[in-house]
Design a protein around this ligand. Structure first.
Ligand code: NAP
Length: 250
């Protein structure tokens, strides 16, 4: 029996990339997984099917986290499938690569809506569903702690805000045995980083050179860290910022 047997997990942005890796890993560990998607319903259904093909259990939930009221709508749909939650992974996120001289208010609002407002209100409205002893894992970024890509300033600011949410909510939820942590990937090979890694000659090598381990990360490398925090073994880790950058901050 898997380590997370009997648990229910919600992974936002699980239709692709890091979220897909996390959803499949938690599914393999025995959790019943709510696979959230924004626009790519078909991809989310493929993820749920992959989890079930591997012997797990999953269902899909759609919600555009940029829209006002999205968090409440997401939970209403969740309630049609499950009667409580043990693990919430706030993974859905979008990037912003335009420097302060070029970014406009629309892009600023969008990146804050998806990366900060959505996790905040998913927690606000989800706390009653989250069972005692549960886990909240917020997917941050190494860019919250390094200015190696200063044109990503608005994006990095969103992850800094998410980290404060992890830190302060760990105090609020500790009495219920719920842990709250941030996991910070470095550069991971997903659609999000396709331009950076594949858009110009040498992009992959420049990215790999940033990490002490000399490589570009994969979704499964982040998922393994999330799985630890979600497991019983992670029970005494809370309010932490877990560096999963492959040593990009050293
Ligand atoms: P990705 O491949 O671009 O996937 C993004 C996911 O978020 C998709 O499942 C997408 O759903 C969902 N999403 C985006 N906008 C949404 C919206 N408005 N409403 C609902 N869902 C939305 O991204 P990724 O690289 O896996 O990144 C996942 C997380 O890791 C993000 O928080 C990102 O900031 C963080 N991160 C990534 C890296 C990296 O190098 N890749 C590094 C550090 C941190 P649909 O496709 O269904 O719309």
């Amino acid at each position: 029996m898997g380590a997370l047997a009997g648990r229910t997990a919600l992974v936002t942005g699980a239709s692709r990339g890091i979220g897909r890796g996390i959803a499949e890993r938690l599914g393999r560990d025995g959790a019943r997984v709510a696979v959230h998607y924004g626009r790519n319903e078909g991809a989310a259904k493929d993820v749920a099917a992959a989890i079930e093909a591997a012997g797990g259990s999953a269902f899909t939930i759609g919600a555009d986290l940029r829209s006002p009221g999205a968090a409440e709508a997401l939970w209403e749909e969740f309630d049609r499938h499950a009667d409580g939650l043990d693990i919430l992974v706030n993974n859905a996120g979008i990037g912003s690569t335009r420097p302060i001289t070029e970014i406009d208010e629309e892009e600023y609002d969008a990146v804050f809506a998806v990366n900060v407002k959505a996790p905040f209100f998913l927690l606000k409205y989800g706390l009653g569903r989250l069972r005692d002893g549960g886990r909240v894992i917020n997917v941050s970024s190494g860019l919250a702690r390094t200015a190696v890509m200063p044109d990503n300033v608005a994006y990095a600011m969103t992850k800094g805000a998410l980290d404060v949410l992890s830190r302060d909510l760990s105090k609020v939820l500790g009495a219920r045995g719920i842990t709250v942590n941030s996991v910070a990937p470095g550069i991971i090979d997903t659609d999000n980083t396709a331009d950076l890694l594949h858009g110009s000659a040498g992009g992959w090598d420049r990215a790999a050179a940033l990490s002490a381990l000399g490589g570009v990360g994969t979704p499964s490398e982040v998922a393994d860290v999330v799985a630890f925090l979600a497991s019983r073994e992670g029970r005494w880790v809370t309010g932490s910022w877990v560096d999963a950058t492959g040593g990009s901050l050293t």
